[in-house]
Write a protein that binds this ligand. Structure first.
Ligand code: NAD
Length: 480
């Protein structure tokens, strides 16, 4: 298999980092398979990338909307033409299954097209003026936007940041996760192949140090971040009040199952939300709050679904759960299984590492999980599911809301009245009725409440996202 020699892209050129320090990324399903080696960018590298982007912002900000849209459209086509190869690279680098990778690869070009269309819809308003003049507003690009992203959707999440940022006429400095540097590089290649002026995009590989340097650079007018709550808080603290910051962070997403639910359907919905993407989705299901009348039957069905998961290398036929993406993910998974057992919850199934040269695990299901236990409160970001009991909707809502997070929450019921009551009372940015907590449409605003998001610009999808990437100016004109 090809070993990729990764490069940064700064000042309009592909370049190794200045320090010469690199990091290596291995296939999480086959640790002997080296995917590539990439620059570990220093603060100096980030500074150079931002300097280039300052020039790029002036250039790209002056480009007409048609040009901005054309570039995003062409980048989308580039990705589509290479979809088969990208699916394989995504499975190899991140550990998704082939089906999960194909879904991501098909969505990213659509996101770019969606934001290409938004480039044409940046508009202002006009107001009556007392002296017969005019008052109007215009939305202008912010300038340089920093995009700091996680590894679990290495194309899709960046495309929902870089797409709207470029559509609005900003230059972007992209700092992807060190877990998925290759796919990040592919997105930049797509944009350049699509005709983006090279100064309008920069790519800096590396970890927290590079991210922190990007957030601290005063020339970066806005940072859009997706990742853990701890790192998001650090980014926010570095930004100060005069620069924009958008954070999408962790979750501890519950599914409530009422006593009237079709339990087979409920188990399917829960298993998809909890074990899809190997439990590594921000909106993944990590808690089940089951009505006591159906708790035991539901638990049995969900445990069976967990046991039925065919865990393995995502490129192999029949596999429907890939490995965890990294060694730190495996450690966290095993730690939380131990914590759950130490706290007195009962491990019903799974929770152990599988043999093989990858980070393969069996999904874990716990029952008897009390609200104060850490496995009920803390984000694990892996396939660990905590079952709790409730005597009715009131108690279920209270348990569902007993979290500092507020990203996604679901309910399974045939009773529309109680479903709507749950939707009203849920303290969560996304509510799903008879659907998995994971999954969202690109056209619909998405963002969490509580510790899951900044409460300023939280739209991670949909047209309202454009507001983050443009700043509004009000202009007063008198006739003389
Ligand atoms: P992470 O917080 O470790 O890293 C995210 C990004 O931030 C990476 O690029 C990382 O290098 C960078 N970073 C880390 N520390 C930083 C710092 N101090 N300053 C600046 N940048 C820093 O998260 P991860 O492990 O890549 O991703 C998993 C997390 O992302 C989970 O918490 C998950 O819930 C969250 N997530 C949220 C959403 C959402 O939309 N809410 C979507 C996907 C993932």
């Amino acid at each position: 298999m090809t070993v990729h020699e990764g490069l940064n892209f700064a000042g309009g050129e592909w370049t190794p980092g200045t320090s010469g320090v690199t990091f290596r990324r291995h296939n999480p399903a086959d640790l002997g398979d080296l995917v590539g080696e990439f620059p570990e960018s220093s603060a100096e590298d980030v500074e150079a990338a931002v300097s280039g982007a300052v020039e790029g912002a002036a250039l790209w900000g002056a480009a007409p909307a048609e040009k901005r849209a054309d570039v995003l459209e062409a980048a989308a086509r580039w990705l589509e033409e290479r979809a088969d190869d990208l699916v394989v690279e995504l499975v190899r680098e991140e550990g998704k299954t082939r089906a999960e990778a194909a879904m991501e690869i098909s969505r990213t070009p659509r996101n770019l097209r969606f934001y290409a269309a938004e480039a044409h819809r940046i508009e202002g308003r006009s107001y009556p003026a007392a002296d017969g003049g005019i008052v109007y507003t215009r939305r202008e690009p912010v300038g340089v936007v920093g995009a700091i992203t996680p590894w679990n959707f290495p194309l899709n999440i960046p495309s929902r940041k870089i797409g709207p940022a470029l559509a609005a006429g900003n230059a972007v400095v992209f700092k992807p996760s060190p877990v998925t540097p290759l796919l990040a590089q592919r997105l930049v290649e797509a944009l350049l192949a699509g005709g983006l002026p090279p100064q309008a995009i920069a790519l800096v590989h590396g970890g927290a140090e590079a991210g922190a340097a990007l957030a601290a650079d005063e020339r970066v007018g806005a940072v859009t971040f997706t990742g853990s709550t701890a790192a998001g808080r650090a980014v926010h603290a570095a930004m100060g009040p005069s620069r924009r910051c958008q954070l999408e962070m962790g979750g501890k997403n519950p599914v409530v199952v009422l006593e009237d639910a079709d339990l087979d359907r409920a188990a399917q919905i829960i298993a998809k939300g909890a074990f899809g993407l190997s439990g590594q989705a921000c909106t993944g299901t990590s808690r089940v709050i089951a009505h006591e009348a159906v708790h035991d039957e539901l638990l049995e069905r969900v445990a069976r679904a967990a046991d039925a998961k065919a865990v393995g290398n995502g490129l192999e036929a029949g596999v429907d759960m890939g490995p965890l993406a990294a060694g730190f993910q495996l450690e966290k998974f095993l730690d939380y299984v131990r914590i759950g057992e130490d706290e007195g919850a009962e491990l019903v199934t799974g929770g152990r590492r599988l043999e093989g040269d990858g980070y393969f695990v069996r999904p874990a299901v716990f029952e008897g999980v009390a609200p104060e236990m850490r496995i009920a409160r803390e984000e694990i970001f892996g396939p660990v599911l905590a079952f709790q009991r409730a005597s009715g909707l009131g108690e279920a809502v209270a348990l569902a809301n007993a979290t500092e997070y507020g990203l996604s929450a679901g309910i399974v019921t045939r009773d529309l009245e109680r479903a709507l009551e749950f939707a009203r009372r849920s303290r969560s940015g996304l509510v799903k009725v008879n659907q998995p907590t994971s999954g969202m449409a690109m056209t619909v605003p998405f963002g969490g409440l509580g510790e899951s998001s900044t409460q300023t610009f939280k739209e991670q999808a949909g047209p309202s996202m454009m507001l983050f990437y443009t700043q509004e100016k009000s202009i007063y004109i008198s006739p003389r």
